[in-house]
Design a protein around this ligand. Structure first.
Ligand SMILES: CC(C)(COP(=O)(O)OP(=O)(O)OC[C@H]1O[C@@H](n2cnc3c(N)ncnc32)[C@H](O)[C@@H]1OP(=O)(O)O)[C@@H](O)C(=O)NCCC(=O)NCCS
Length: 174
């Protein structure tokens, strides 16, 4: 997979650099991350750096995960967007640091990311899955054009809970 560089009005979505380890570590400590995606909380800056090194190696392969930092135009790293293999399908993920939420950044980043990553992966649909009580995440998916196809109990982040599964079908939007 080639590197990506996406620019929107307010954001840059590009590839990880090791120097982002501190912000990636600090961003991961958000209360919402602990609640909704606990496996994405880092214990230290060093752990974040090791994960960044792994993710940078993943850019060279085909299996992913493909995770890209979301930066403000100032260069500040405020979160990430990602596409992760889920069996034979792909799932999106995203995080915006709590001090930057509520300004439309996740929606702006995901809207720009979807056509680029789907073209690179050569796929026509991609999943968005979150806990049913993650209202902000559900709203982001809905604003980006995902369709709710399942609501019920399933395994998520290592536990059984109520989840919502959405799908985005890129070709239907062309
Ligand atoms: C979910 C997340 C990415 C949203 O980021 P964001 O930049 O604030 O998202 P946006 O501003 O683009 O959109 C958020 C929307 O959710 C709404 N919202 C916020 N909290 C909400 C809640 N508790 N219930 C319902 N809607 C909510 C906002 O009002 C906004 O909708 P609007 O534009 O119609 O007003 C961010 O909160 C986050 O990173 N959370 C932790 C990680 C996570 O849960 N990731 C998803 C895992 S599936």
């Amino acid at each position: 997979m080639e590197d990506i560089m996406i620019t929107t009005n307010r954001l840059i979505i590009t590839t990880f650099q090791e120097e982002m380890a501190e912000s990636v570590y600090l961003n991961s400590l958000d209360e919402d991350t602990r609640t909704f995606v606990p496996d994405e909380v880092f214990a230290s800056e060093q752990e974040a750096r090791e994960v960044i090194r792994f993710l940078m190696r993943c850019y060279k392969g085909l299996e992913g995960p493909f995770v890209y930092p979301v930066l403000l135009t100032s260069g500040e790293c405020i979160g990430y967007v990602q596409a992760v293999h889920m069996g034979s399908e792909w799932e999106v993920g995203y995080h915006i640091a709590s001090q930057h939420t509520g300004r439309g950044y996740a929606t702006e980043a995901l809207t720009a990311f979807l056509p680029v990553i789907m073209a690179k992966l050569n796929i026509e649909e991609i999943w968005g899955i979150c806990r049913s009580d993650n209202g902000a995440s559900r709203r982001v998916l809905e604003k980006c054009g995902f369709e709710l196809v399942f609501s019920g109990t399933d395994h998520y982040a290592g536990q059984s809970c109520r989840v919502c599964k959405y799908v985005y079908r890129g070709t239907e939007r062309l």
